[in-house]
Write a protein that binds this ligand. Structure first.
Ligand code: AMP
Ligand code: ZN
Length: 116
């Protein structure tokens, strides 16, 4: 899939509507359209990266930034104290459906382990 056909690139570009809860020059965070928890956000780079299989050392700042913003969004959404999950599905076997790197921030209920 090229960036041109990518759903999340279209969301980043504003060509497909979404509820943006955070944005800066590197990343955006949106509400998941089919939430599986009371808080379910997707945090993604603006640039098209398919998955963690495609990152390298030049992306370390970007990946660290995503985690700091995830922690800040958890606080803003009042899920930090009880606990939350930040996860990244990679590849078909990892449950990845949209081939543009993104992290799910889930909280607002007690999450089970192990995931399905
Ligand atoms: P994954 O399976 O990790 O690739 O997750 C893809 C996520 O994107 C799923 O949780 C979907 O509900 C979500 N999703 C798909 N289309 C949209 C959309 N247009 N806006 C917001 N979230 C979406
Ligand atoms: Zn993309």
């Amino acid at each position: 899939m090229t960036a041109q056909d990518c759903l999340f690139c279209k969301i980043v570009a504003g060509d497909i509507p979404s509820t943006i809860v955070y944005e800066d020059e590197k990343i955006i965070a949106i509400k998941d359209i089919q939430p599986v928890a009371p808080v379910h956000l997707l945090i993604m780079p603006r640039k098209h990266i398919i998955s963690l299989n495609e990152v390298d050392e030049k992306d370390i700042n970007l990946l660290g930034h995503i985690q700091l913003i995830a922690a800040s969004l958890a606080r803003e959404n009042n899920i930090a104290a009880n606990g939350y999950r930040l996860l990244c599905n990679n590849g078909a076997g990892g449950g990845q459906e949209v081939l543009h790197l993104h992290y799910h921030l889930l909280g607002g209920r007690n999450l089970e382990w192990p995931p399905g």
